[in-house]
Design a protein around this ligand. Structure first.
Ligand code: ZN
Length: 284
């Protein structure tokens, strides 16, 4: 676990995203959850040493950020309105037999915690549209809708700690997932983060960083966007675009993070396919 502020912590080495928490003088506020049930349980024990858990803020609807919410029963979940629907849509997958079977192979220690009656799904109940300011103890949480990597993407600034938690609008030195993003919105989101008065950025994946990395992150998105724009300009269909040879290291030189390698090959196609649709829509 990494200390990122006087009272702020994150873990960058779990399988899944970087879950974080801030210790206030009136309990703990969490940001995202560990994906694997056994990690979520251990993470909860760590936090409870610092006080009761007051809130959980979810930054995005992907399973590596929200699957662990179930292991924080009774903790109110805060999220952008659009994330509530996405969470509800993800529940059948979270409870599926297929997930249990897969976990027997990949993480047997977590299996007994799946579909456990004490840990039912924990969807967001406190939602917001554009922003929400939360005061807990002596801390302020400026929660802002910052669509990019996903539509309901959310960033949390904690000014007292000098930290912003961006979720997956930043992948620090690990492969960028553009499988559903609007690339232009994402570039706007990075420009917004540039304006935030903060020293430390906790990304959704990879090590913590500072604003110097924003231009690198933007470049990766621009590289993918430029490549696919070129496919569209050449009149290629989506299917043809997907068959083009990609010079992946020049688009995004970083390895895929945190045991996500099973997605590595598929992700290039998902990025192309998604960006292709956005470029087409923009031209229409
Ligand atoms: Zn994501």
């Amino acid at each position: 676990m990494r200390r990122v502020g006087k009272n702020a912590f994150t873990e960058v080495y779990f399988w899944g995203c970087n879950p974080s928490f801030v210790v206030t003088n009136d309990g703990v506020v969490m940001i995202d959850t560990p994906q694997q049930p056994i990690d979520a349980m251990r993470w909860r024990e760590t936090m409870l040493e610092h006080g009761p858990i007051r809130y959980l803020i979810s930054t995005e609807p992907h399973p590596d950020h929200i699957s662990g919410n179930a292991y924080f029963p009774g903790v109110e979940v805060i999220a952008q309105e659009g994330l509530k629907t996405r969470y509800e849509e993800a529940i059948p997958q979270m409870l599926s037999e297929e997930r249990t079977q897969r976990m027997k192979e990949t993480d047997p220690d977590s299996v007994w915690l799946l579909n456990h009656p004490d840990y039912p799904p924990n969807p967001p109940t406190k939602t917001f549209d554009q922003e929400l300011t939360l005061h807990v103890g002596n801390h302020t949480f400026e929660i802002t809708h910052l669509p990019g990597h996903t539509k309901p993407q959310t960033a949390i600034l904690v000014p007292e700690e000098g930290v912003v938690f961006t979720g997956d609008n930043i992948f620090f030195k690990c492969k960028t997932f553009i499988q559903e993003a609007d690339p232009w919105e994402w570039l706007d989101a990075l420009r917004t983060i540039e304006q935030v008065d903060v020293d430390i950025i906790v990304p959704g994946h990879g090590e913590t960083c500072d604003k110097d990395y924003l231009s690198t992150q933007a470049q990766v998105i621009e590289n993918w966007l430029g490549t696919v724009e070129d496919f569209v300009k050449r009149g290629l269909t989506e299917e043809e675009a997907l068959k083009q040879e990609l010079d992946v290291p020049s688009l995004d030189p970083y390895p895929i993070g945190q045991r996500l390698y099973t997605m590595s090959d598929r992700l290039n196609g998902l990025n192309v396919s998604n960006i292709y649709k956005h470029v087409q829509n923009r031209r229409a």
